[in-house]
Design a protein around this ligand. Structure first.
Ligand code: ATP
Length: 326
């Protein structure tokens, strides 16, 4: 029998569509299991500032379909200090909060792991980031929605690219990970995809530009993850533009549009499952773990493992682009 009575909940780091669906699931999961649930605003900073309020079932009415996060998110430098975390713990203790659910990315889980060890507090993490770069889950909440947003945008750019026979470099989010670029590139029929995980083979790109593009293409789209070692879409477009003055080169940086919008059905379902699973994990006495989805099942991965291991891009998907862009 669990002694757990009150849970604190926050969203932290970059926001992602579907975070609200996860908040709703955690709140209702707690109430269903007779736990009190406290919403903490602005991530770890709200814990330090005591920006905390008890939530009820109707606090999360009508939010499953909305983007952003009703709890707001923040990046807190103060939480990286021992004094900041002490203040945060005192605010939790004052309210009788004895466990936390945190929704975010690897930075959020790094903070959770440190805080959980320091104050012996059970914490369960839910992966929420459009980057999909977390080990221990096939999909992070927000990734599917962002993917669809990118594909819709690239389709539109393709129309104008074709009308003018232009070569577009389109930059998508992904400082360290190319999941978004790779999948959206395949889904939108990109001619090439540049990701941080693979060193950009400029000769190969050049070869393609000289042979493939010139001969057979009415338009060309190259998807570039912002963290590509070559330096993002602007840098690579400059380089290509100089080498090939005959091409009409254009750059589009999709930017924050990728974070917004109503979450896809897939993200809503994942968020609902993971939210309730996080509460059940706490009730089962689990701590310092992330709940994730692997082969359609919910799995638990210790923060230490999730943080240490890097999720690899699927090499078959990388190969697919080479075949399909002939
Ligand atoms: P995203 O992947 O979308 O960027 P994230 O969770 O990785 O999300 P970060 O800004 O890296 O986003 O981290 C969120 C917050 O976690 C930080 O603002 C900070 O408050 C906390 N955090 C990160 N690293 C640490 C650390 N070493 N010690 C304590 N807290 C940390």
């Amino acid at each position: 029998m669990s002694t757990l009575k009150s849970v604190g909940l926050l969203t932290s780091g970059g926001d992602a569509p579907g975070m609200n669906a996860a908040i709703r699931a955690v709140v209702r999961g707690c109430i269903y299991h007779n736990l009190r649930i406290f919403g903490i605003r602005r991530g770890y900073q709200g814990m330090i500032d005591d920006d905390i309020e008890e939530m009820q079932s109707n606090s999360v009415s009508n939010i499953i379909q909305t983007g952003g996060t009703i709890l707001k998110s923040a990046r807190s430098m103060e939480f990286k200090t021992a004094e900041g975390r002490k203040k945060a713990f005192e605010n939790l203790r004052k309210r009788g909060i004895d466990a936390l659910v945190v929704i975010g990315g690897d930075g959020t889980f790094t903070g959770a792991r440190i805080f959980g060890e320091e104050y012996d507090m059970p914490i369960v993490g839910i992966p929420g980031t459009i980057d999909n770069d977390l080990y221990g889950t096939d999909y992070t909440i927000g990734y599917d929605t962002a993917l669809n947003t990118v594909v819709e945008a690239v389709d539109k750019i393709r129309d104008t690219a074709t009308a003018h026979s232009r070569l577009f470099f389109i930059e998508v989010m992904g400082r360290d990970a190319g999941f978004l670029a790779l999948r959206s590139g395949i889904a939108s029929g990109a001619e090439a995809i540049l990701v941080p995980e693979v060193k950009t083979d400029y000769t190969q790109l050049n070869h393609f530009l000289e042979n493939g593009f010139k001969k057979s293409k009415t338009s060309s789209i190259v998807l570039v993850a912002e963290g590509d070692e070559i330096g993002g879409a602007i840098k690579i477009a400059e380089k290509v533009g100089k080498a090939h003055p005959e091409y009409d080169v254009r750059v589009t940086i999709l930017g924050h549009i990728q974070r917004g919008g109503s979450p896809s059905a897939f993200d809503r379902v994942s968020a609902s499952r993971l939210g309730v699973s996080a509460v059940e994990a706490l009730l089962a006495g689990k701590r310092s773990i992330m709940v994730g989805l692997s082969n359609k099942e919910v799995i638990h991965t210790p923060f230490s493992q999730a943080l240490k291991n890097k999720k690899a891009l699927n090499p078959q998907l990388l190969e697919l682009t080479n075949i399909l862009s002939i």
